[in-house]
Every structure is written in C-alpha cells, then in structure tokens.
Design a protein around this ligand. Structure first.
Ligand SMILES: Nc1ncnc2c1ncn2[C@@H]1O[C@H](COP(=O)(O)OP(=O)(O)OP(=O)(O)O)[C@@H](O)[C@H]1O
Length: 293
C-alpha cells in the first residue's frame, strides 16, 4: 500500500491559482522530494493532503485514509509546517510535553534525545528563541512521537549549515528505522542527497516525477565545446538539446538522448576542446523551469 496517495488534487483560492490536478504517490520507506520554486504549490499540496484545507477537487489519502474524514491518521504522522507559530510565553519543554500529550505517550526521553541532537535549550521561553531555534522546536515537535510518516515543508530554512547536517542525519536515521519521509524544498542539493524519488511542481502542476537514480544517471549530459571559429546554431538543431548558450567559439548546453546523435553533429565542428560532464540537479531543474519550456 502506498503511504501517500494523491489523485488529481486541485485547490483554487477563488481566482488565484493554488494547485491543479496534482497526482503522486509515496511508497512505504521512501524519502520523497517535492521540488518547486516559491509559489509553485508545495505548501498547498501538503496542507490539502493533511486536511488542513479543503480541496476544490480530487482526493488525497495517508495510509489509505482521508485526513478530513478520519483525523486519527494524524497520530502516525509528524508534520513540520514551513512556518511555525507558538504561544510565546511558554517554555520549550512545556510546549513539547503538551504536544506529546496528544499522542498519549510518554515522550520525555525522546524529547531530551532530540533536543540534544538539535542543540535546543528546553528551558528557554519560546519568545526568547531565534527563528532558527523556533524551527528546531518544530522539528522536535514533529518527531517526538516517532511517527511512521514524516512530512516536512521546507525544513531547513533558518537552520545554519551545521544544524542542517544534523537534521539530515536525524531524518536519515528515522528513515532507516522505517519511517517514510516526504519533504518539500527549493534547495536541490538537499533533495539530491536524500531522496529516492522527486516530483517537480511548477505553477501548481506536477511537470516531472522521476527516480533520483534516473535523474543522476546518464540521461542528461552537460556539454561544453570550444572552437576556433564561431559555432553556427544550425548544428544544434537536434532534439534533446536545452539551455543552449552560444558565445563566440564556445557552446554550452544540456543534452538528453542518444549520445551518438549529438557526437555526430559535434564532429562537424572544428573543435579546440570538449568536455562532457554530468549536470547536477540544479542545472536539470533550471532546464525544467526555464521560461522557454
Ligand atoms: N491563502 C491563500 N489565498 C490565496 N492564494 C493563496 C493562498 N495560499 C497560497 N496561495 C497561492 O497559491 C499558490 C501556491 O502557493 P504555495 O504557498 O502552496 O506555494 P509554495 O510552493 O509552498 O511556495 P513557498 O515556497 O513560497 O512557500 C501561490 O500562487 C499562492 O499565491
């Protein structure tokens, strides 16, 4: 059974676009990345999935259940929203114990462990915490009941690099112990590092859903050519070329397809130098999000 099943999920905010026909599923044990720029619809998808907002159309289930019809499913779930708001005059430990009381479990040891990993002072008042430290409270709050599904909306914003590293180790550990993880981000390197599959969302629609191994495999090549003479753009009239930049005798582009086809074309050029490398996800992402696409 899929842990998350989203089918044709649509949410419109009156005349303003939210998400349209979002379909995706997340398997048990996966770390699934949800990538898109600001305003693409990541939070709307997550909040609709969790039943925090009502969809305009389509369905979304967690462990086969709809969160609006069956809120009990939330007990198995750890959610970190993109922005966290708290009662300022509470102490961190009191807030976390209060959160734990919803799950009917004694989470004291776990709270202490998580706070230690994330270097969070449990005795401080929420109002005295920085943005990054409030984020840590959200992380501990999301993980304290050892949920089977962890949903994180832009989890690392506000954390310094050391804390980001610790956070990822924490999530990796939870995943090894069996938790399924779904997390949204606009930072590709973190998705590249952790995820088994990734969905790209643009202007409210999923434009690509791919296994990370496929994305990182040979299907895309970054090609750089140097020639003594100006390179004619006619050479690049081949399907599969994108992000083409021509400048004097230099040409840079990303190629997806049969490498022999492009090499035949390139052999027409009197070359001084050539390099063929693997593009990182950032470059593939830029290709998908390029205006001309
Ligand atoms: N409460 C709302 N009322 C009206 N429009 C909204 C509301 N919430 C979101 N939107 C619109 O829905 C679209 C998707 O927004 P959403 O917050 O889901 O994007 P996002 O990918 O999470 O972006 P970000 O990374 O900036 O949080 C945007 O065009 C946004 O303006």
């Amino acid at each position: 059974m899929n842990v998350i099943e989203i089918k044709n999920l649509t949410k419109s905010y009156g005349s303003s676009r939210g998400i349209t026909d979002v379909t995706l599923s997340v398997e048990q044990g996966e770390v699934f990345g949800f990538i898109g720029p600001n305003g693409a619809g990541k939070s709307t998808t997550i909040r609709t999935l969790l039943g925090l907002i009502h969809p305009t159309g389509g369905t979304a289930t967690i462990f086969g259940k709809n969160c609006i019809e069956d809120p009990s499913v939330r007990k198995e779930l750890g959610y970190l929203p993109s922005e966290v708001f708290y009662y300022d005059n509470m102490k961190v430990i009191d807030l976390l114990k209060y959160s734990a009381s919803f799950y009917g479990k004694d989470c004291t040891t776990r709270i202490k462990e998580l706070a230690e990993v994330m270097d969070l002072d449990l005795k401080k008042k929420i109002e005295d915490l920085s943005f990054g430290n409030k984020k840590k409270v959200g992380i501990v709050q999301g993980l304290l009941h050892e949920p089977k599904l962890i949903i994180l909306d832009e989890p690392t914003s506000g954390l310094d690099p050391l804390m980001q590293q610790k956070f990822f180790e924490l999530i990796e550990n939870e995943n090894k112990k069996g938790a399924t993880v779904f997390f949204s981000s606009h930072i590709l390197s973190e998705v590249q590092r952790m995820c088994t599959r990734v969905a790209f969302i643009k202007e409210g629609r999923i434009i690509k859903l791919e296994k990370m191994s496929t994305l990182s495999e040979n299907s895309y090549k970054k090609i750089h050519l140097e020639s003594k003479a100006k390179i004619s753009d006619a050479v690049f009239n081949v399907p599969g070329i994108s992000a083409l930049k021509l400048e004097q005798g230099n040409a840079d582009f990303i190629f997806k397809g049969n490498i022999n086809e492009i090499l035949k074309k390139v052999s027409e050029i009197d070359l001084r130098n050539i390099s063929i490398t693997e593009p990182d996800l950032e470059e593939i992402f830029l290709h998908y999000y390029a205006k001309e696409d």
